[in-house]
Write a protein that binds this ligand. Structure first.
Ligand code: IVH
Length: 710
């Protein structure tokens, strides 16, 4: 029986390899399914016969509850960028200057020196006997010239795979390059990643790096499904791949059909120098081990050839089934790579030669104005849909009236829109030569497009200041129900809009007058969802005072400031009657915040809102959190002030804050000279810039966790 199991495993593995890696199927789907079922049945009957690399072990049954941070065996560096051939040439100049003289001499000498080649040949022969490879790659590639290997830069998510004695034991996301997340369960679902290396006598440990990516057709299909379900689409295939890899349920990952190209090989536990000497050979080895390696790689003896390759792929890439955003140029010789080493962030021996962010012309059909929660009016260009960087773009932000004036963008114009990475599309410029006759410059409205009340101008920002403006109200409600505020699950954007548009809700306090009967009358509300919603609204009354304060949406009062304030002002009365100087005396609260809070509590409409919330039973007072920890000098973050920005990979804001506070640190909302560390997540904005200007140390979530637990 054991033998039949092994036989089936091998048959299925060969078929899967032929299908997913070689793209050359050798078995009918129906035959595959039948053999797979037979294997599954046998393995169920004889569980001891299951091996970790059996084809049945790719998709785990149990969703993970979280991912664990792990340290990479070898850090994953990122790449320096060049945007044109001149910058590429400058890079070549730089690395040549850094290269120790003897290396360069050896390079030049090697070109015609057969003796040296023979030397290497000897070393190889010796290595060959114990090598884990049946065949060595083409001998020409062993020469230091060609100098460069060009590879396509795949726009996906880097992952690191560890194989021990040939078996895949770990898959980790890039993370910050030093620490990543263990996503082994998810990595196993990628069919083009071998569960066992296809070599006899594998080395003790092999580290393979490469790019996990979503083919464009899968990407589009996922986005279609998402929009049908009312979920926001992924901005680009890279985000989609990264998001998929961090799915907790491997069965969902399995459905998403991720793919993988391998590009880096590290071998431990064996003198790898005897096996391969160049990146080109490493790629061939990876291929022999069973990985998919991008077929469009090329050896280029000089920068001129690199330039040709780059230009060729600039147009050809549009015919590929996956996204590439540039070319990666690597020095072929591994000994030379080693000599050159790394800067703080990048290898000196490689560079990403990127294509310009994708731009496309399209017609401006309308300039709409959006009113946000703070009342700020944001002009948006509504355009004829265009394909950009793998997504359909039909609107772009114009930021504010200054930007509109600068662009002189008008309805009817042909505008160039750009989408760089995950950034929201923006208008780069308009083409005045294509402007139809009779257009008028765009004027910001003098009255709010929603409530028709006059607007005011504060610098570049145009603002509606009507507290009962429906757009502001919608924004305020969305903020109130959001997760970090009162966390009213089930009250999404659509529902909020209905409530406001039908005149059911005129203020946040009106949410507490809602009942099942009123909610049942709304569109798409069934018995079950109404019950849940009623419960969530009731539960929000138990949320602490700090969350309520945050939920009020007072300008400059983020969730951290709300906590800081409620630790000093235990009741809403204390805060509402405080002088600006009292508020400012709180650690971490500056004059701007103090004035904003003071002003808010002195508006009569806000005072009656507070009274109504109090009557509804919300928590507008609460015990202060015990502060003694912050005085314990033995704690790892004692005396340190930290600011958090962006979305952290695993921790929610509250959790990160708690972690810092438990470690004796303080968390504030804004970056200043007093800040010791800025903890940075994805999509960090102005805080990061400010911290960099002030020279404040930046921490990733992983580094924070490590510090806090040290
Ligand atoms: S080599 C130390 N090769 O680009 C060198 N990277 O912008 C490590 N990437 O983090 C990278 N295709 O995620 C390399 N053929 C390729 C690549 C590639 C895509 C990604 C990778 C890296 C990023 C840097």
């Amino acid at each position: 029986m054991e033998q039949r199991v092994r036989e089936l495993q091998q048959l299925l593995q060969n078929a899967s390899y032929a299908y997913y890696v070689l793209d050359n199927p050798i078995m009918e789907d129906s035959v595959y399914d039948q053999l797979y079922r037979e294997l599954q049945e046998l393995e169920t009957q004889y569980p001891h016969s299951i091996t970790p690399d059996s084809p049945t072990q790719r998709v785990g049954e149990k969703p993970a509850t979280q991912f664990f941070s792990v340290r990479h065996n070898i850090p994953l560096y990122s790449l320096e960028n060049a945007f044109n051939i001149d910058e590429l040439k400058a890079w070549e100049q730089r690395w040549r200057r850094t290269a120790p003289g003897f290396v360069l001499k050896a390079l030049e000498g090697d070109k015609g020196d057969k003796g040296d080649k023979g030397d290497k040949g000897d070393k190889r022969d010796k290595g060959d006997k114990e090598a884990f490879l049946p065949q060595l790659p083409t001998p020409d590639s062993r020469l230091p010239t060609p100098l460069y290997v060009c590879e396509l830069k795949i726009d996906g998510s880097a992952i690191a795979l560890t194989y021990e004695n040939g078996l895949l034991v770990r898959g980790v996301t890039r993370g910050d390059g030093v620490m990543g997340e263990d996503i082994t369960q998810n990595v196993k679902t990628i069919r083009s990643i071998p569960l066992r290396l296809q070599v006899e006598n594998p080395p003790t440990r092999v580290e393979v790096r490469g790019e996990a990516f979503l083919p464009l057709d899968v990407f589009e299909q996922i986005n279609q499904e998402r929009s049908q379900k009312g979920e926001p689409p992924f901005a680009n295939p890279r985000n989609a791949a990264a998001g998929t890899l961090r799915q907790l349920d491997p069965r969902i990952v399995d459905k998403r059909r991720l793919d993988f190209f391998a590009y880096t090989l590290h071998v431990a536990g064996r003198d790898d120098a005897s096996v391969y000497q160049t990146q080109w050979e490493a790629l061939e080895l990876l291929q022999q081990m069973g990985f998919k390696v991008n077929p469009h790689r090329k050896l280029c003896p000089t920068v001129q050839e690199v330039a040709e390759y780059y230009r060729y792929w600039d147009t050809e890439r549009l015919n590929l089934l996956y996204m590439t955003d540039g070319v990666v140029v690597k020095i072929n010789s591994l000994p030379l790579q080693e000599q050159l080493g790394f800067t703080q962030k990048f290898p000196r021996w490689a560079i990403a030669l990127k294509y310009a962010a994708e731009e496309a012309p399209t017609r401006v059909e309308e300039i709409a104005v959006n009113v946000g929660r703070t009342g700020a009016l944001t002009p948006m260009a509504i355009m004829r849909p265009v394909q950009l960087a793998g997504t359909t773009v039909s609107r772009a932000t114009l930021h504010n009236s200054d930007r509109v004036a600068q662009l002189d963008i008008r309805v009817g114009d042909t505008a160039i829109v750009r989408k760089a990475g995950e950034i929201i599309p923006e208008v780069v410029r308009v083409l005045p030569e294509l402007r139809p006759a009779g257009t008028q410059p765009f004027q910001m409205p003098t009255h709010c497009p929603t409530c028709s009340q006059p607007v005011i101008k504060e610098g570049a920002v145009t603002r509606c200041v009507n507290a009962s403006c429906p757009s502001i109200l919608k924004g305020a409600l969305e903020h109130w129900v959001s997760r970090d505020a009162l966390d009213i699950n089930g009250m999404g954007e659509k529902l909020v809009h209905q409530l406001v548009d039908r005149g059911v809700v005129h203020s946040v306090a009106d949410l507490y007058n809602l009942n099942a009967e009123k909610l049942m009358q709304l569109e798409r509300m069934g018995q079950k969802s109404v019950e849940k919603l009623v419960q969530a609204i009731a539960a929000s009354k138990t949320k602490p005072w700090s969350r309520v304060l945050y939920g009020l949406g007072i300008r400059h009062v983020g969730s951290v400031n709300a906590q800081v304030l409620t630790q000093k002002f235990f009741t809403v009365e204390q805060l509402a009657t405080a002088k600006t100087t009292d508020i400012e005396s709180v650690y971490g609260i500056g004059a701007e915040i103090a004035h904003s809070v003071y002003d808010w509590f002195h508006i009569p409409a806000n005072q009656s809102l507070i009274a109504r919330l109090q009557a509804a039973g919300l928590q507008l007072a609460g015990e202060a959190v015990e502060e003694s920890r912050q005085n314990d000098a033995s704690l790892p973050l004692a005396g340190k002030t930290l600011v958090i920005t962006g979305t952290l990979p695993t921790l929610k804001r509250d959790e990160a804050k708690e972690l810092i506070q438990k470690a004796g640190g303080k968390v504030t909302d804004s970056v200043s000279q007093k800040t010791d560390f800025l903890v940075v997540g994805e999509e960090a904005g102005s805080k990061l810039e400010k911290a960099q200007k002030l020279g404040i140390s930046i921490l990733s979530e992983a580094q924070l966790t490590e510090m806090a637990n040290s």
